[in-house]
Design a protein around this ligand. Sequence first.
Ligand SMILES: [Fe+2]
Ligand SMILES: [Fe+2]
Length: 399
Amino acid sequence: MSLMASSLPSCVAFCATSRPHLGRSGRRAISSVVAMASAAQQVRTRKPFAPPREVHRPVTHSLPPQKREIFESLDAWAADNVLVLLKPVESSWQPQDYLPDASESFHDEVAELRARAREIPDDYWVCLVGDMVTEEALPTYQTMLNTLDGGVRDETGASPTSWAVWTRAWAAEENRHGDLMNKYLFLTGRVDMRQVEKTIHYLIASGMDPKTETNPYQGFIYTSFQERATAISHGNTARHAKRLGDANLARICGTIAADEKRHEAAYARIVHKLFQVDPDYTVRAFADMMRKKVAMPAHLMYDGADDRLFARFSAVAQRLGVYTARDYADILEFLVRRWGVADLTGLSGEGRRAQEFVCSLGPRFRKLEERAAHQANKNKDPPEFAPFSWIYGRQVQLF
Ligand SMILES: [Fe+2]
Ligand SMILES: [Fe+2]
């Protein structure tokens, strides 16, 4: 069990550590009272603008001095290979394209949207709100990119380097995601927008702890992983919306997922280039990121009441198949293939060990996940529910 908790992404570690308590009702009741008391204590002692939990060891500036010029030397390459993946503003979609038109038909269109939204169950709203809150913390992600060393960060706020141009244009494209989802959710009337807005407020104030050490190699490995993760998540909410009969919502989620795929392609292309020009250091950076685990960008999520909000949101996403432990393993294996990690040659001893580690990780995750699923099946625990402030405190099944 300790291996699972330390080796798997947060959603699996959460499932693996919480679930075994459920079969024994006495212990379960005691442990939940203790957990509630400690959560209440934490809430009382929380500083209003600080992260809700202690963040990871603050390693920074781990990029060796001899590598500081590498991104500058790749500036022209980035212009030809990365910036081309941006969409011109004039041909880009905007949130208004998917929302009721503020004309005479506005009220009818809103009524239609709300009628469709009435058919959608609470667990779906929890997933969609969690995804929207994640998107709305965009200032944090642009800040994260601008912590990166090696000539990547936007030094002036309007720097003309390809890296800075990319970061600003990427943020501008991303900005539409939270904007569209926020406006859509408001119009449905199905979620407690004040609670959702409070969650966004807390999250941006808390920041994030991506453990990328202000190192651009680790930073771009992290963003490659995360863009793929968000593409999967939005793709799955699109699929569910379609199944639930809401083609408009499916289009919204699908459009956002397509953007994430394009962003993933850009970041994965950057890391692929790093594998070509500096394979040894890049594979070690990849192994390092995977050892630390890729934290979800909204892992410090908090709504002012529930200290386990992120774990609970993750549990619902896992149960609905919106974003699962299997997806984490799939992304890792995809990136190992995409970057040709197994075929790297001429590595140092440390580089070879890093290569073996990342190549063995996918099968290891799968084995652990199968064992966890088997155990959960055997235990046949009763379902566990939790209230979510985002939907007026209504209970949603976690497991
Ligand atoms: Fe996004
Ligand atoms: Fe994204």
